[in-house]
Ligand binder design. Structure first.
Ligand code: GLN
Length: 252
């Protein structure tokens, strides 16, 4: 078996170690004897989505998002078809915002892909801190780091998680990210996947099932260290001095 991972625009969208998500996807396939090919597409490259099994769209500054916008418009329809045909996507922060209709910054409105029915608007106070979520997809917490000026309004979409500690989509809604088909769109950097191997395996399993059939299941890996790192953060905010919006899920 083999998965091909498309890393979109690492020349412009690669904040706070987003590239670590690629390394995590690759390593967790290789550790299970599954071949992994990573194709970086820099801005302007032609992208054949039919060859891709996982797509990563990382975060960027407002300026970089503005630069990448014209390239995104050229791949818009192919990207949409890929998503509608259950292609697996991880979109982080700036990439999450660009999956929506627009991101209105302090000075401009950057047109997004319009694949998700969401919109983002900048406000002067940046939302920066560690963040812990309970996601309906997992029995265990999702932890990360957020740093964004944009507030994302997700309408009727399903959020990726409920914010237990941190700020999330708008700092007020108590929601974080979006799940749509096989897309996970989120504000969580960190990078997200090494900190949350269960999220990595979710994406990989869905990509393998799309390609090879629903009976494919990934073997568990000895993730004691990863679980300890994840629990360390969850425990830090499970302290009485923090006001939590709900009880943090625990690794069992
Ligand atoms: N520039 C966007 C914002 O500030 C996205 C930032 C990011 O990708 N971390 O909201």
């Amino acid at each position: 078996m083999k998965l091909t991972i498309g890393h979109l625009y690492p020349d412009l969208l690669n904040l706070y170690g987003d590239r670590g998500n690629i390394q995590c996807l690759r390593k967790r396939l290789e550790w299970r004897g599954i071949e992994a090919e990573v194709i970086p597409f820099i801005s302007g490259d032609t992208i054949d989505f039919s060859k891709l099994d996982v797509v990563l769209l990382g975060g960027g500054s407002d300026r970089e998002q503005e630069l990448v916008c014209s390239h995104l418009q050229k791949i818009r329809e192919d990207f949409r078809t890929y998503v509608e045909e259950d292609g697996v996507v991880l979109a982080v922060c700036g990439g999450y915002q660009l999956l929506g209709h627009y991101y209105k910054t302090q000075t401009k409105t950057i047109e997004g892909l319009g694949i998700l029915n969401i919109k983002t608007e900048w406000e002067p106070e940046r939302l920066i801190r560690n963040i812990v979520l309970n996601s309906p997809l997992f029995d265990t917490p999702v932890v990360g780091f957020e740093n964004h000026g944009g507030r994302t309004y997700i309408g009727d979409h399903t959020p990726f998680g409920k914010v237990v500690f941190g700020l999330g989509n708008t700092g007020k809604s108590g929601q974080e990210g979006v799940i749509y088909k096989n897309v996970i769109a989120t504000y969580l950097h960190g990078p997200l996947l090494p900190k949350n191997p269960h999220v990595c395996d979710y994406l990989l399993e869905h990509a393998l099932q799309r390609k090879y059939g629903t009976e494919i299941h990934l073997e568990p890996l000895p993730d004691e260290l990863e679980h300890k790192a994840n629990s360390y953060i969850a425990d830090r905010y499970n302290d009485k001095k923090y006001v939590l919006k709900e009880t943090i899920k625990r690794y069992t």
